[in-house]
Design a protein around this ligand. Structure first.
Ligand code: PMV
Length: 326
């Protein structure tokens, strides 16, 4: 028997940046994301041929650092089912690391779903989202498809900090473009970066206040398919996050000159009447969203912008899936 699960990565329009509990990965604010279709992480879970767990990434034994979250997640499931047999887990992502889309989100969601199925635990997506969250905050959002909110929650044990679907992919068929500026790995990962911002940036408290208020408005803007309003909110959330990064001690320079010039071009296109949303994460790459009617013209404009090393184009993705094979 073999279980195959798949989850998509996601991109936040209202950002998660800062934990109120770094152990349980509980955020200071809620966040809202778009699921990125076509790209996915696939996880295969089966019985281990040895009497210990065998954890692989693309068929190879990963470095200890790469395997950390996988090991922790499997260990977590063992606490739920202590007599679980030794497992073989193999994880594969179909998208380039260069895209700057963290595969940790799709991997932790797919792995949580796959382990649940293989072990016959039948946990709800809500519970699985709280589990995935502990290993990748944004992973909580990758259990669902379409447009997703990760709720901040209030409880110290984190049981109310999970993701909920706000609207399916079919509700609003947006296109996601990823403008790859620099395919290299970032100097400071998001986990360390956000802890540093929270601890040292003087603008962090105002980011939390504004982001919390903007999430409320964004939820309604999504229901109204109000792209102009979502564009304003997304820009503010992104810039609020980047402000905390730049004012951290030491500063976190995730943006590069090209990031800035691309945003200048995007703002110009928006002023000229092309309805679009842009955002960045803990890196220099820029993500852009638009409606179907705008996609061909925007594709053409984006492909002409200097500094774009690769341009990915994806539809809104569906929920994580899982199947059992004999
Ligand atoms: O969940 P992590 O540790 O990959 O952090 C994600 C942080 C951002 O991508 C910058 C924002 C977000 O909400 O996805």
């Amino acid at each position: 028997m073999k279980v195959i699960s798949r989850a998509h990565p996601n991109i936040a329009l209202i950002k998660y940046w800062g934990k109120r509990d770094p152990v349980l990965n509980l955020p200071d604010t809620g966040s809202l994301s778009v699921t990125v279709g076509d790209l996915f992480t696939e996880v295969v879970v089966e019985a281990s041929p040895h009497n210990t767990d065998l954890l692989l990434i693309e068929g190879q034994v990963p470095s200890a650092a790469e395997a950390t979250r996988m090991v922790q997640l499997v260990r977590h499931f063992r606490t739920l089912m202590p007599d679980a047999p030794p497992l073989k887990v193999d994880s594969y992502s179909n998208f380039p690391r260069a895209a700057g889309l963290a595969s940790s989100a799709s991997a932790s969601a797919a792995l949580s779903l796959g382990l649940d199925k293989f072990l016959g635990l039948r946990l709800s997506r809500q519970v699985l989202s709280t589990i995935a969250r502990q290993f990748s905050g944004s992973g909580s959002r990758s259990l669902h498809g379409g447009f997703v909110e990760w709720r901040r929650g209030e409880l110290p044990d984190g049981s109310d900090s999970f993701a909920v679907p706000l609207a399916p992919a079919s509700f609003w068929p947006l296109t996601t473009f990823v403008l790859v500026v620099d395919p290299g790995p970032k100097e400071v990962g998001s986990r360390d970066g956000m802890n540093q911002s929270r601890a040292t940036s003087p603008t962090y408290p105002s980011f939390v206040i504004q982001n919390t208020a903007d999430l409320e408005v964004a939820r309604q803007a999504l229901q109204d398919r109000d792209l102009a309003l979502l564009s304003t909110l997304s820009e503010r959330s992104c810039l609020g996050m980047v402000a905390t990064q730049l004012t951290s001690q030491p500063p976190l320079y995730y943006w590069q000159g090209t990031t800035f010039s691309l945003i200048t071009s995007l703002r110009r296109l928006r002023q000229e009447g092309l309805a679009l949303i842009f955002t960045t994460d803990a890196g220099p790459n820029v993500k852009v969203f638009c409606e179907a009617a705008t996609t061909p013209i925007l594709r053409q404009k984006l492909s002409q912008l200097p500094g774009v090393k690769q341009l990915l184009e994806c539809p809104v993705g569906g929920p994580a899936t899982v199947e059992m094979l004999p």
